[in-house]
Design a protein around this ligand. Structure first.
Ligand code: SF4
Ligand code: SF4
Length: 353
């Protein structure tokens, strides 16, 4: 099974939209190894995602987990995969060599040209120059790494510019999401500007398509791919089954935004998973009432319990912000998809299916 290990709640950055609990809690080696055992306890595949706070503050634990799991994988024949989401500031060659050996998938949280607006060091100083250098180093070792940008309202004017900048830097995959939660406040003007920026992005993706250059921009590419494949990757993720978070003390929850709410506690790494609770939680998942009659219901992230809870406090209730954003994204993606199909249907099918 796949576990997300919150190795520490500490971080060396102080991003304005961060929703982590700011308290100095680190995972112990005992919890770490129990979590590794749990990942191997079910199925034919074990996956760990190193997460935080900032996971590279606990490099020692990452090295231990990799050594332990690779040995276990060799002994059991169970496939092992690792991933990490990091702010990048603590990346170095020694770590990247080990990560490359482990074929680790790394997501670099990097807001591109908007980086210094929200993502600053704990002392308030800018991070962009440091992270740009670390991004180049990361791509040297692991060229398939993904840049993960979180766009807050004040960063919207830099949306398209940031995509182009990250692409020019060498990223072949970028993921752009909008910032949710109580720390951000979206206005209608922000959303109008976001539409303009998304349209510029679609135009850029069209230019690259014409040049036969592959570049994956998750928000738009995923909507097009899902549409032609007739599936929805964002569909209810069966809370707690796909990727279960493990807190520093070893507690298991269905998803990040539920951490700390005892009503959603699914067990711990010492006593295992409470399967009855997992089943009960899956049964509670329902399409939000406001979405039942919507034509886009199958193409929208209305069913992400984690995002819904963060935005509305209710896992089955979508916020107006998310609804507006999803409609915009689907419309722009569909228009782009149609244009690309007209330009070259064969290449379109190759790129998106
Ligand atoms: S790098 Fe991540 S954990 Fe650290 S402050 Fe920023 S958003 Fe929060
Ligand atoms: S577009 Fe809005 S109403 Fe339609 S499914 Fe998505 S969230 Fe629900």
């Amino acid at each position: 099974m796949n576990l997300t290990l919150h190795l520490t709640d500490n971080c060396n950055l102080d991003c304005s939209y961060c929703i982590r609990e700011k308290c100095p809690k680190d995972m112990s080696e005992e919890v770490l190894l129990k979590a590794c055992d749990l990942a191997f306890a079910q199925g034919i595949q074990a996956g760990l995602c190193f997460f935080g706070g900032e996971p590279l503050l606990k490099k020692d634990l990452i090295y231990k987990a990799l050594d332990y799991c690779e040995k276990k994988s060799a002994e059991t024949g169970i496939r092992f995969e690792s991933k990490m989401t990091t702010n990048g500031t603590l990346l170095d060659e020694e770590f990247l060599e080990r990560a490359r050996d482990a074929k680790m998938g790394i997501g670099l949280s990097f807001d591109g040209k908007a980086q210094d607006i929200c993502r600053v060091f704990a002392n308030g100083s800018p991070t962009s120059a440091v992270v740009e250098e670390k991004a180049k180093l990361l791509l040297k070792y692991l060229p398939d790494s993904v840049a993960l940008a979180t766009i807050a309202p004040q960063a919207v004017p830099y949306y398209f510019e940031s995509i182009k900048y990250l692409h020019d830097l060498g990223f072949r995959k970028v993921s752009f999401v909008i910032a949710y939660g109580h720390k951000v406040n979206w206005t209608d003007e922000d959303l109008d500007l976001l539409r303009t920026e998304l349209e510029k992005t679609a135009e850029y993706l069209k230019e690259l398509f014409i040049k036969n250059e592959r570049f994956y921009m998750s928000a738009i590419n995923a909507k097009i791919s899902d549409c032609i494949k007739g599936k929805n990757n964002a569909e209810r993720c069966h809370l707690g089954v796909r990727q279960m978070p493990v807190t520093p003390d070893g507690s298991l929850y269905p998803c990040t935004s539920f951490i700390g709410d005892k009503a959603y506690l699914l067990g711990d790494v010492f006593n295992g998973i409470n399967n009855e609770k997992v089943i009960e939680m899956a049964k509670r998942a329902a399409t939000p009432e406001t979405c039942l009659e919507c034509d886009l219901v199958k193409r929208c992230t209305n069913s992400c319990g984690c995002a819904n809870r963060m935005n509305t406090g209710d896992e089955n209730k979508v916020s107006p912000l998310q609804c507006t954003y999803e409609r915009m994204l689907i419309e722009i993606s569909d228009n782009l998809g149609e244009e690309l199909y007209q330009i070259d249907p064969v290449r379109f099918a190759k790129f998106y299916s």
